[in-house]
Design a protein around this ligand. Structure first.
Ligand SMILES: [Fe+2]
Length: 250
């Protein structure tokens, strides 16, 4: 079994509870599809928790942190959170040794990972870091058809914070549509594992995916949302909107 997680977004409380859930299932292989940081209050602990994962990919928030000029589509709130994160990881800070290790980790993240016909990305297979695949894209068949050209069999992604399955027949299925599980067949599919640290599908619980043979299962994990909200509200550089949306998972 393999756990696939994404979009932790510096939410240490959510991350901790998800790791506990993964452990309770006896899973020891963890794949992380990026966006450890950005938005939330615990960038250091989220990076530290991911240091030993089997596969770790770069998200657009890591890219924005590492290569500022690429953060062209970041709104002011997201940009301010990145700047705050940069201050936390300062090489002038007391824990500069640990921060050097964290920058090394961020600088060595993979962009795409392939295992046979299975692809792992943050965004999409044709633009691994930045492209979003939304449920509404089933009404934009050209976009999805082009993306599917780069899918060999199964492509796991994150980035939108909205879990689900996209098929080549232009169908989007939410986890609720499938009783939170999906059986892989020979057909090509794109599967979004959802977001651990900032879910946006209307369910505030942390979301991740378990790959068990030919079946994938989405897991929802309760965590102390109010604790994360409180910590965020104490940081003026983290916009209160980013904190309050955690309560509704939107
Ligand atoms: Fe994200």
């Amino acid at each position: 079994m393999q756990a696939i997680i994404s979009d932790l977004h510096a939410n240490g409380e959510a991350f901790k509870m998800v790791l506990r859930d993964i452990e309770s299932l006896g899973i020891d292989e963890i794949v992380c599809l990026g966006d450890f940081i950005g938005y939330g209050p615990d960038p250091k602990s989220c990076i530290d928790l991911a240091l030993d994962f089997n596969i770790v990919l770069k998200g657009n928030h890591e890219e924005a942190l590492l290569e500022e000029f690429k953060a062209t589509n970041f709104n002011n709130k997201a940009r301010a959170a990145i700047e705050w994160t940069r201050e936390q990881l300062s090489m002038l800070a007391e824990d500069k040794k640990q921060n050097a290790r964290r920058w090394d980790f961020l600088g060595n993240l993979e962009t795409v990972h392939h295992v046979g016909d299975v692809t792992y990305v943050h965004g999409s297979p044709r633009d691994p870091i930045r492209e979003y695949i939304y449920p509404r894209d089933v009404y934009r068949p050209k976009k999805l058809e082009e993306i599917f050209l780069d899918v060999k069999w199964v492509c796991f992604c994150g980035h939108t914070h909205v879990p689900g399955v996209w098929t080549e027949e232009m169908v989007y299925l939410s986890p609720q549509d499938m009783n939170h599980r999906y059986q892989l067949t020979s057909k090509k599919v794109i599967i979004n594992c959802g977001s651990v640290g900032q879910p946006r599908d209307g369910d505030p619980r942390a979301c991740y995916l378990v790959l068990d043979g030919d079946e994938v299962r989405w897991r929802r994990v309760e965590y102390d949302v109010e604790k994360t909200v409180r910590t965020m509200l104490q940081q003026p550089q983290l916009d209160s909107f980013l904190a309050e949306r955690l309560r509704d998972g939107k």
